[in-house]
Structures are given as structure tokens and as C-alpha cells.
Write a protein that binds this ligand. Sequence first.
Ligand code: PSU
Ligand code: MN
Length: 306
Amino acid sequence: MLYQSLRILPEVSLAFAKNQPVIALESTILTHGLPYPQSFELLEELEALAKDNGAIPATIAVIKGQGVIGLSKEDRLYLKSLLMGDSEATAHKLSTRELPFAMVKGFTGGTTVSATLKLAQLAGIKVFATGGIGGVHRGWQQRPDISMDLGALASIPMIVVSAGCKAILDIPATLEALESLAVPVLGYNTEEFPSFYSRQSGQRVLAASAPEIGKTYHQMRALGYNQGILVANPIPAKSEIPFEKIQEKIEEAIEMAASAGIRGKELTPYLLDALAQITGGESIRANLALIKNNLLVAIEIARNLG
Ligand code: PSU
Ligand code: MN
């Protein structure tokens, strides 16, 4: 058997050859983060937005055991067929620890931030746009549910543009963990760490511009660091859900998850879905707006990377 199998979309290889910015996108948001068909509409909008702004998107996933850097037409059709339940196979949620076994078994799935980082690194990508990273879940004192996204950020040199971490998490604890792991967290032109749906979180970070983020990335390489950089870019004001308002709904969603006994890798998709129901879709509208905004900032940073 062939160990490590990656397929790079020709358009992505060409972008490397032409020195055009290439931005990695994750796919768990498609398979587990958003309902179908909104998920695929978002994918198409994101890819068009990247191209309109002179960048090439590389949506990363695992298709039949192969790491895919940029989805082909066939990949999209196949993933859609799994999400619509037209096939026996299921779309898995793949984080770093699941990736090797999934490749051996020929599984198909969406890659989380951690697994996307791993595959993007192998492909030579330096900038990745996502919604919100995973982190330390509330209640970690009882059960230490800490996303593999943090370990991946600590060991893979990549600029990850997010709207902060997911609001459902323990945000101060997530920032503490990132500090312990020596992952720089830079606010994109802001000193307040955003909390996904909201521009506020009450937590302070250092503010940085796109050129400063690019230079910090190079400085880290010069110093021999393995860490990536977490860029925290606030959701546009017109799409935000105020911090106090969303907190109540998050607590409701967490209670629902607890009484349904949901834990492990099912927890995040469950909470996002519960929040979408509780907010009547407002959380999904906010999610769509912030990810587009993150993509634009990722392109701006990639241009400044030199
Ligand atoms: N944030 C979202 N939607 C998502 C995710 C994060 O708004 O779908 C996904 C990302 O792929 C992230 C993953 O890497 O959830 C984290 O899952 P966990 O908490 O199980 O590590
Ligand atoms: Mn977890």
C-alpha cells in the first residue's frame, strides 16, 4: 500500500507555481458544522469570494482515504451524496488522531481545524481561514475535553484566521491553554479577543496588522518555532449577536447536551445544531458572515507574507 496519499487540485498547484495566495479551508464545517444544503452553498460562496479577491481556495477533506487539497467536481458530488444519505458510507468527522486510520480504511470525511492543518502543512500552505477553532470546553474541571485544534496549532506552523474560538467553550481557559503552548494569539486590528458570534469576550489580546502578522510568521521561522499563529478577527458588527444575549442560549444548549449525554467528538456538532434551533437560525447567519470575513483577512495576510 501507498503510505500517505495526497491529491492536490491542479488549480491549487498552478497557484503555487504562479505565487498566487493559496488559502486552506476546512470541511468539518460542511459535514458537521452547518446543515446541508447551506453548507455547500457556503462552500461555493467562499470559493468564489477567494477567486474574486485574487486567491485560490484549497478546501481540504479526506475522500475515500485520500487527503484532498482542493475538492474536484467528483469529490463535491460524492460528499453531497453522503450528506444526503444516498450512500451506505458516512461522512466522518476527522481530527488529527483519526486521520491515519481513516486513510488506511478508505474513509471519507470532513477535516477539523487540526486535521486540516496537518494536510495543509504537507501541501505547503501557510494561511488557513476558518470560523472558530476548538478549544477547552466548559466543565473541563470534571472532564478535560480539550480540542486537538490546540495541539495542532502548537506544532504546525500556519497562520489560522478565526473569529476567536467557539463561543460554546470556556474562552479564558482556551486562552490560557494557548499561552501554555506558546501559540501567539493576535487580534486583527483589535485588542479584544472576539468570541465567534460576538465582537467581545472580555479577554485582552495584542493587536496586529496584516503586515505585522506576516512578519511575525517569518520571525517564528527564523527562531525555529513550530507553532502557528492564531489570528482573531471579530465578526462584522452588523452580523454580530451581542455577548450577553448569546450566553443564555449557549447555557441552554449545554444543558440540552448534558441531559442527552452527548460528549467527545459529538459534542461540538450537537451544540452548534442546538444553538441554531434555539436562535431560530441567527447563529447560522452569524457563522456564515464571520467565515467570509475571515477569508478576506486571510487573503490580505497571505499577500503580506512575501
Ligand atoms: N466551529 C464552528 N463550526 C465547526 C467547527 C468549529 O463554528 O464546525 C469545527 C471545526 O472543524 C473545529 C472542530 O476544528 O469543530 C472542533 O471540534 P472539537 O471541539 O470536537 O475538537
Ligand atoms: Mn472534544
